[in-house]
Design a protein around this ligand. Structure first.
Ligand SMILES: [Fe+2]
Length: 468
């Protein structure tokens, strides 16, 4: 019975060596062969950009969460010819009682561009878990869409999020969105990690490309909320053409429920949805000590109630752990400011974009190290730390980031320069099933999948649950 002492010692040493190999390895750099040519933007006369028929027909319809806990929706749209009506009519499925909410309309100018009439209307006091139809427009040119409200916020409520970043409007962008729509795993809302239209890649930031992008994504975002994060391509800061107000097109076109989260600006805020508390941060707003964003986050984190919302996710455009040459260390100063908070409050997952590729980190932290105690290991495994996922692989005009730092750092678990999207299936308070889909595989194939365990309720090492 049992092992001899010698065998036991050998096994122990072998396990120790194996374990050390795992700990020291820099993870996986995928050998998947992907295309290297740059992405081509879809021309203006592409069918995905076409305008709906009829005089002054509402276009660019999109929705997002309208309050802190999922009982309100902000409906936005553009009328091209005249202001028309800012009223949204809505009714629950299986009910013939119509309600209406009145929004407001505005326009803006950007250099030599004048926008259409942009409407925003918040519809409130919706029932949870209910399908609603809604109608915008007037007279003969109304359009009807629908959405389903989330379940009531609670600790074991299943919910599925899609994850898309840096989308743009190229043929690859269209493939990414199609794959998300056709994915057998049905996302109920999208966590969008910034960089929407890439209009600023055109001369004078041609804002027509903001319009075309919104028409392109309408087929998804009119039917399920996309939760917006701002990226550098939302800045549209161009003093050389007299445009000195950062985020001008974005703030006119897209709304966030920041006031409900006691934020003072639309770029950093939080929502609760199903069993998740989601914090959105702004890489391109001030985040140093004493700034409004810093102060808000400092007050926000203690409010997260893991008994109500076990899952704590953060969206921020610029990644903190990135081993591509592209944008290397751009997120470093924000990491230095906030990483210890993320570890202390046991953030489960942090999603970023910006780098046009895919990367998943180990659970690591870099908070024990400082410039005084320089003998400490700079980055180490930390089971209280989040996994950092870079998913800036939507398919934009700038193409893929293909150059990686070598050798692969040990904080990097998996990296691959391919376009794609991800899904995040919350099962209960302890388990979430995560899958990343590369476009080239077809939408039914998951390039990598894994279980993540909740850091508050089940803080067990989940680094070995990945499989391809
Ligand atoms: Fe970016």
């Amino acid at each position: 019975m049992g092992l001899s002492k010698t065998t036991f010692v050998f096994c122990f040493l072998a396990a120790a060596v194996l374990n050390a190999a795992v700990l020291c390895s820099g993870g996986i750099t995928s050998s998947f062969v992907r295309k290297v040519e740059s992405s081509v933007e879809m021309p203006l006369d592409s069918d995905v950009f076409k305008t709906p028929p009829g005089y002054n027909a509402p276009q660019q319809v999109h929705i997002t969460q309208g309050d802190h806990k999922g009982k309100a929706v902000i409906v936005s749209w553009v009328t091209p010819d005249e202001p028309g009506s800012s009223i949204v009519q809505f009714w629950a499925e299986n009910s013939n009682q119509k309600h209406q909410a009145k929004g407001r309309v505005k326009t803006y100018k950007y250099y030599n561009y004048t926008s259409g009439y942009i409407h925003h209307c918040t519809i409130r006091n919706l029932n949870y878990n209910t399908k609603y139809y809604y109608e915008v427009g007037t007279g003969k040119t109304t359009r009807t869409f629908w959405f389903t409200t989330p379940p009531e916020v609670g600790p074991d409520v299943p919910y599925t999020f899609g994850l898309i970043g840096d989308l743009g409007q190229t043929y690859d962008s269209n493939e990414t969105l199609t794959h998300y729509e056709k994915n057998p795993v049905k996302g109920q809302a999208v966590l969008f990690v910034g960089d929407l239209s890439y209009a600023d890649n055109h001369p004078n930031h041609d804002n027509v490309r903001w319009d075309t992008w919104a028409r392109f994504v309408e087929r998804s975002v009119a039917y399920q909320p996309w939760i917006w994060t701002t990226g550098n391509h939302e800045l549209d800061y161009a003093p050389e053409i007299g445009e000195k107000k950062p985020f001008k097109p974005f703030t006119h076109r897209y709304q966030t429920p920041y006031k409900a989260a006691n934020s003072t600006a639309p770029f950093w805020y939080s929502i609760k949805r199903a069993s998740a508390h989601i914090i959105v941060l702004s890489s391109y707003s001030a985040y140093g000590k004493y700034t409004p964003q810093y102060q808000w986050l400092e007050e926000e984190l203690p409010k997260v109630n893991r008994s109500e919302t076990p899952w704590l996710f953060v969206l921020v455009h610029s990644p903190w752990y990135n081993s591509y040459d592209y944008h290397f260390m751009e997120g470093e100063s924000m990491r230095v400011m906030y990483e210890s908070w993320f570890v202390n409050y046991k953030v489960d997952l942090v999603f970023s974009g910006h780098v046009h590729a895919y990367e998943r980190s180990e659970r690591v932290s870099n908070i024990a190290y400082n410039i005084v105690n320089g003998d400490c290991t700079p980055v180490e495994r930390d089971q209280s730390a989040p996994v950092y996922i870079t998913i800036g692989d939507g398919g934009n005009i700038e193409g893929l980031a293909t150059v990686m730092t070598e050798p692969q750092p040990k904080y990097s678990a998996y990296r691959e320069a391919s376009f794609g999207h991800a899904t995040l299936e919350i099962k209960n308070r302890t388990h979430v099933y995560y899958s990343w889909h590369r476009n080239q595989d077809g939408y039914a194939v998951k390039a990598e999948s894994m279980w993540f365990f909740n850091r508050y309720w089940h803080p067990v090492d989940d680094s070995t649950t990945a499989h391809s």
